[in-house]
Design a protein around this ligand. Structure first.
Ligand SMILES: O=C(O)CCC(=O)C(=O)O
Ligand SMILES: [Fe+2]
Length: 323
């Protein structure tokens, strides 16, 4: 990344360092029943039924209360419960910059595959880009299994990750082995190969971002690009990281690129909502979706989006307000 972005990333991590020093009760104020944006305490998130030890602030799209999507009770839509204005400005500026990188990468990948340059960027117009700002405490005991976050894949097109100098991220490259389809209920990628050989440590390098595909890229390319499994181990010092996710539009429908007549398709907002409900079964946001029957609204959105996409035979339609 350029010096300007490196400075932003460093400042964003510093802001998170200040934030995590606040009393737990104060941090816990930063949650919302409308959106998964906000604070996640260490141990609150589970991967494959084991608690992750990361203290996180998730930043999803900051959607104001007077936005139609919020008024129509779309799940996961609402204003971000920011801790303070400075935190908001830094995270927003960094994410805006990574959105530019994400689009550039998608164009380059399309050209590399000899596809029209805008093939992938069309899917991410008004994308559901989000970010996890992460703090991992230091590993306390050499006997500890040092698990920070269990093995998983992320959900959208591209993961673009930044980390400080401490190190802790491991990735699993495309190996000739069975790979899960994380979007299928029966094929969760959570915890898969967690304790097997074949993981690579990602060495921290100042100014260097790590980029890999997510679930939607795997589906879109019928497995030509595999969503990259990754996991985090605690290190002997605390560690900070920024995991940015470059995503399709919430209401977009994804179809395998080389097989457009295939009936199989994914409504990205449904995949996102399913994944977040799975990770945070006890969060107020999940309870609100359940208690206010917001999954019915999501079903309608999905059905309308799929119907419209089939008519137009497009890979995406955006913000069909048919709820
Ligand atoms: O800590 C990291 O470098 C990556 C974190 C991660 O995988 C995630 O937040 O999904
Ligand atoms: Fe991840």
């Amino acid at each position: 990344m350029e010096d300007e972005e490196l400075e932003l990333a460093t400042k964003a991590m510093e802001a998170h360092k200040e934030f995590v020093k606040q009393p737990l009760e104060e941090k816990k104020e930063c949650v919302s029943k409308l959106t998964y944006s906000g604070y996640i305490a260490s141990g609150e998130e589970s991967t494959a039924d084991k608690k992750d030890l990361a203290e996180i602030f998730t930043v999803c799209k900051d959607v104001p209360l007077d936005d139609d999507r919020v008024k129509m009770n779309w799940p996961c839509h609402g204003p971000t419960p920011w801790p303070n204005e400075c935190y908001k400005e830094l995270m927003t500026a960094y994410m805006d910059q990574l959105a530019v990188y994400g689009d550039k990468l998608l164009k380059l990948i399309a050209l590399g595959l000899e596809l029209p340059m805008n093939t992938f960027v069309k899917l991410v117009e008004d994308g559901w880009h989000h970010m996890r700002v992460l703090h991992f405490r230091e590993r306390l005991d050499r006997q500890d299994d040092a698990r920070g976050i269990g093995a998983h894949t992320d959900y959208g097109m591209l993961v673009i990750a930044a980390q400080d100098e401490v190190g802790g991220l491991f990735i699993r490259p495309p190996l000739p082995e069975w790979r899960s389809k994380n979007w299928c209920h029966t094929e969760s990628a959570a915890g898969v190969y967690e304790n097997d050989d074949g993981w690579f440590f990602v060495p921290p390098k100042e100014g260097t971002l790590t980029c890999f595909p997510g679930d939607m890229f795997q589906f879109l390319t019928s497995g030509f690009f595999l969503a990259t499994p990754h996991k985090v181990r605690l290190n002997y010092r605390e560690r900070f990281a920024l995991a940015y996710f470059h995503e399709p539009n919430f209401n977009s429908v994804i179809r395998p690129l080389r097989d457009p007549q295939n009936d199989e398709c994914i409504h990205y907002g449904t995949h996102f909502t399913n994944m977040f409900m799975r990770c945070y079964p006890d969060r107020v946001t999940t309870k609100c979706i359940e208690e206010e029957n917001r999954l019915d609204i999501l079903d309608k959105l999905r059905n309308n989006a799929i119907r419209a996409a089939k008519k137009g035979m497009k890979n995406t339609i955006s913000c069909d307000e048919g709820a």
